[in-house]
Design a protein around this ligand. Structure first.
Ligand code: SF4
Ligand code: SF4
Length: 278
């Protein structure tokens, strides 16, 4: 029986819109994506469990809707007053990386709104998508030089999994990806929301949703982790997922098993489920 005793880690997609065009983008983001409304933000944050350990605000690019970014951060600060979780903003930094003063001003804004971690991406995919890598790297330098009280965590990727725009990448840039769930996911699952409120434990939003955080309570959502399919997903046991999906059809099972072995677990999921961004 899976229960959440240790606390929640939740990644909230604030917007699907982005100002970059990274070739590895699993969601094929562009400038026109949907953004959560203020009512949806209210609904989402009001209903969050109180024992959240980490809340990440992601996109797309959250600064594409700066007013909503500030709004959701203030809502989180109000709700968790006195017992703040780690609050991360995952951004490409382009809206404030132009000079040191802009960086300082914006980071101070974020700190005042309760942000503890800035998550940046420093890789060729983002550079080719339109990011100025030197300006991006300068953010961390400015934070250090000015003793700003925020953690800068930088993600580097040189390969991607073939979802969304990444389907068009050359083979050497594609990863035979294993599930992003880990054994510790059973103890503290990472939940990812889509722009429509669906909640999944799959970072690519490919596996079936556990529920919808606009319509279901988090208790109901977590309860659904106990279905054999969702337990196998959170346990990163994709062979068992294939077994469940095959429903005794040996030929189908062997086919899915061969995809796991040759193309990786994520591509097997892609074959089994129609992902949100496929
Ligand atoms: S910055 Fe992120 S969301 Fe935007 S295009 Fe690149 S990978 Fe996609
Ligand atoms: S696509 Fe499947 S294997 Fe990949 S992260 Fe999602 S659940 Fe795990």
């Amino acid at each position: 029986m899976i229960t959440i005793e240790n606390g929640y880690r939740i990644s909230i997609m604030l917007t699907e819109a982005c100002n970059l065009r990274c070739s590895h983008c699993y969601m094929s983001a562009n400038a026109k994506g949907k953004t959560l409304s203020k009512e949806e933000i209210d609904n989402m944050i009001d209903n969050l469990p109180i024992n959240c350990l980490r809340i990440s605000i992601t996109g797309g690019e959250p600064y594409m809707c700066k007013d909503k970014l500030y709004y959701i951060l203030k809502k989180i600060k109000q709700k968790f007053a006195g017992k703040m979780p780690e609050v991360r903003v995952e951004t490409n930094g382009m809206f404030f990386y132009h000079d040191d003063n802009m960086v300082i001003k914006e980071i101070e804004n974020l700190i005042n709104m309760g942000v503890t971690t800035l998550r940046l991406s420093d890789d060729e995919f983002h550079q080719q998508g339109g990011l100025d890598i030197q300006k991006l790297r300068n953010i961390e330098k400015v934070v250090k030089e000015n003793n700003l009280n925020i953690v800068v965590s930088t993600l580097f990727q040189d390969k991607a999994v073939a979802f969304g725009r990444a389907k068009a990448l050359n083979n050497e840039k594609l990863d035979k990806k294993t599930c992003l769930n880990r054994k510790e996911s059973l103890i503290i699952p990472y939940f990812y929301t889509t722009i429509n409120g669906d909640v999944s434990t799959c970072a690519w939003k490919c596996a079936p949703a556990l529920g919808n955080c606009f319509k279901n309570s988090w208790e109901e959502i977590v309860d659904n982790l106990n279905s054999p399919l969702q337990t196998a997903i959170i346990n990163s046991d994709i062979l068992e997922v294939a077994n469940i999906v095959s429903k005794g059809d040996k030929k189908k099972f062997e086919y899915l098993k061969s995809i796991i072995e040759t193309k990786g677990q994520c591509m097997a999921c892609k074959e089994m489920f129609k992902g949100v961004y496929e």
